[in-house]
Design a protein around this ligand. Structure first.
Ligand code: GRF
Length: 227
């Protein structure tokens, strides 16, 4: 199959790609999978021209895998113990994604850094959702707790391209939430998560419609066509 080039301006504007392109998604998870569910729900509501064609997890028995199973999506567990090294595990996972002819890899609550070789082989075709307004509170699995500890008044989530620099790739979009005086890590993380569930499908939609143009480290959003 022809792979959709997500960053070429020509492709971005080509009528055969937008708006009917159906992006083939490979989703990487580590746990609950509520972001995976948000993607599946958006597709089911017909507001996201994409298909989740494979799900990979680095942990067995997690709720996200039940969600994949329920949606009839092929899934596989790549646990660290089953491979001689992290790189070998990541390469097996990349092979699985290639076998399913993935256009876009979505890290949806995936709690490990991918091997550089894998990031290179899916160049500009991996995105991640992070529960903070990057570049604040990147590189941590406890972004809400750190935001509270620091005392920021606004937090949120970021969807960005994945590069070798952790949580530092070009930003596709961000959504902000207020931080309240009585927030705990749990209440703030829940408020941020609700925004992730909107931001991640929205970012995928922009990519599916060929409306994200990378210029250096800036990802510009091309306005929707009106004709
Ligand atoms: C999300 O907050 C995500 O940003 C972070 O881990 C959480 C995963 O949630 N990396 P879920 O597994 O999608 O429910």
């Amino acid at each position: 199959m022809t792979q959709v080039d997500l960053r070429s301006p020509e492709t971005a504007l080509a009528p055969e790609v937008s708006p009917t392109a159906c992006l083939r998604l490979g989703v990487l998870i580590s746990g609950r999978g509520s972001n995976l569910q948000a993607i599946l729900d958006s597709i089911a509501r017909d507001v996201l021209p994409a298909r989740v064609v494979a799900v990979a997890s680095n942990h067995a028995g997690v709720l996200g895998l039940d969600r994949a199973e329920r949606a009839g999506v092929p899934w596989y567990v790549f646990s660290r113990e089953a491979y001689p090294s992290r790189r070998a595990r990541d390469e097996a996972m990349a092979e699985f994604l290639r076998y399913h002819e993935i256009d876009l890899v979505v890290l949806a609550g995936y709690d490990r850094v991918l091997a550089p070789a894998v990031i290179a082989s899916f160049h500009d075709r991996i995105i991640n959702v992070h529960p903070s307004l990057l570049p604040a509170f990147g590189g941590t699995l406890h972004a809400a707790a750190e935001a509270l500890r620091y005392g920021v008044k606004v937090s949120g989530c970021t969807v960005h391209f994945v590069t070798d620099d952790l949580d530092a790739g070009p930003i596709i979009l961000q959504r902000a939430v207020p931080v309240r005086d009585d927030d705990t890590e749990v209440t703030l993380a829940a408020r941020i998560l609700a925004e992730e569930h909107k931001a991640l499908p929205e970012a995928i939609r922009l990519l599916a419609e060929g409306r994200v143009r990378l210029e250096g480290r800036r990802a510009r959003i091309i306005p929707a066509r009106t004709d």
